[in-house]
Design a protein around this ligand. Structure first.
Ligand code: RNT
Ligand code: ZN
Length: 429
């Protein structure tokens, strides 16, 4: 059921409004219009990924006896979704607890083909009608991702860059099929981001680092050949992966220049860089040359561990850079984490709320004051103001945003998650 702002009465509504009124004055004293910040934050669409629901397992009907590992998710918390209906049901429950505009992000491996085995190069829009109808009813736009893993032809860890032309061709066909599916979503629901990430890489002491990259250029060009109305093509780099510690074909430099030269969107996954490297800092460089960026908000711990996004320094910095650079609308905001060790609905809610908080926090910054202090060489003023920003009653504004959006304030959503776990998730054996 789509959430409605009037459906819930919340405890302490009056005190939330009072706290907001006081907070609003404090922000106003620094020239910040908090009402506008709340509105912009809630209007910014966040694309939530389907794959947190089932630990990236997917829904494909596999040939008898075939079970293939995909991307590694760790943990075995009970209640993972097993069908498309279960994923949709879980997301409906989560969405009622998340403030603001949402989109939904699908992987090709979430095709619903009934009893029929349909290989990746043959999937069609008709295998996603269940998703399309559900999204349409809820007013969600749909985004899409080809699935270049968890498949016999990806077992070597090489797909679009494979030395065997037939294997490359299979994956090119998959990529093209996915763009047609994204086009069908776009036709119905508006523009659809179609993001390409491949696992291709080598484990040790790679001698030929050249040929796979040459082949990847060729394969990508073949996948992306021809305009598909409404499809926003994106490419996602990576630093390393398990089993490809030495060499990643689609490195950051590779895709940065690929995106620039081909006019496609560049995707930054927060977990795909060196641990001390700041994705936030990259925006003002790459966005001089590239119009749109896709972000996968994730949280790596020591490595690309795909922990649930939190309202942490990285997320705040990313959002601040987007707001300071006035590019919030040139970024496709999306999430990419999968924790199988906690309640998955809770993972969605925590992670999505965290990004939404980051956006609000950034929108509440008195940027002109800070920038003026910097430009005029008043460094101490700048630091003092930045410290002041951290002391401001952000929580009161966030609570008010949740109230306005008709979702539980604070951790008021936990009882609903727990009830859902008891009534629905616990019954999944
Ligand atoms: C993998 C990439 C990629 C995936 C999803 C499932 O390292 O981050 O985005 O997580 O496609
Ligand atoms: Zn990602």
């Amino acid at each position: 059921m789509p959430k409605s702002a009037s459906r819930r009465t919340q405890p302490n509504e009056r005190s939330i409004e009072q706290a907001y009124a006081l907070a609003k004055e404090q922000y106003a004293a620094l020239g910040v219009k908090s009402d506008i910040a709340v509105r912009l934050c809630l209007e910014t669409a966040i694309s939530v990924h389907c794959w947190q629901a089932d630990d990236v397992a997917g829904l494909e009907t596999k040939p008898e006896g075939l079970s293939l590992g995909g991307i590694q998710a760790t943990g075995n918390y009970p209640g993972a979704a097993r069908t498309g209906d279960e994923i949709r049901q879980d997301f409906d429950a989560a969405a009622a607890l998340i403030p603001g505009k949402l989109r939904f992000n699908l992987h090709a491996s979430y095709a619903e083909t009934g009893n029929q085995v349909v290989d990746r190069d043959a999937i069609q829009p008709k295998h996603f009608t269940g998703w399309l109808q559900w999204a349409r009813e809820r007013g969600y736009g749909l985004d899409f991702n080809p699935t270049f893993f968890a498949h016999p032809l990806a077992e070597s860890g090489i797909t679009l860059a494979h030395q065997d032309a037939a294997i490359r061709e299979f994956w090119v066909e998959h990529g093209r099929a996915c763009r047609r599916i994204a086009r069908s979503f776009a036709k119905d629901l508006g523009p659809s981001v179609c993001n390409i990430w491949i696992p291709d890489g080598m484990k040790d002491s790679t001698v030929d680092r050249w040929s796979p990259r040459e082949r990847l250029v060729e394969s990508l060009d073949a996948v992306l050949d021809g305009r598909m109305t409404g499809v926003i093509d994106a490419v996602e780099s990576k630093l390393f992966g398990i089993g490809c510690e030495d060499y990643t074909v689609g490195s950051h430099e590779f895709y940065l220049l690929y995106a620039l030269s081909r006019g496609v969107v560049l995707c930054y996954d927060l977990g795909h860089f060196h641990p001390t490297e700041s994705v936030a800092d990259k925006l003002s460089s790459t966005m001089q040359f590239i119009d749109h960026i896709l972000v996968h908000v994730s949280r790596g711990i020591r490595w690309d561990s795909d922990h649930v996004a939190l309202f942490n320094d990285d997320v705040r910095a990313l959002c601040q850079e987007a707001v300071r650079g006035k590019v919030i609308n040139r970024i496709y905001w999306s999430l990419d984490f999968f924790d199988a060790g906690i309640n998955r609905l809770g993972a969605w809610v925590v992670g999505t709320r965290a990004l939404r908080k980051g956006l609000l926090y950034a929108l509440l910054e008195p940027t002109p004051l800070l920038a003026a202090a910097e430009a005029e060489g008043r460094g101490a003023d700048k630091l003092a103001l930045l410290e002041r920003c951290r002391e401001l009653p952000f929580g009161a504004v966030w609570d008010y945003a949740c109230l306005k959006a008709g979702v539980p304030v604070g951790v008021g959503w936990l009882p609903e998650m727990q009830a859902y776990e008891k009534q629905v998730l616990a019954k999944r054996a």
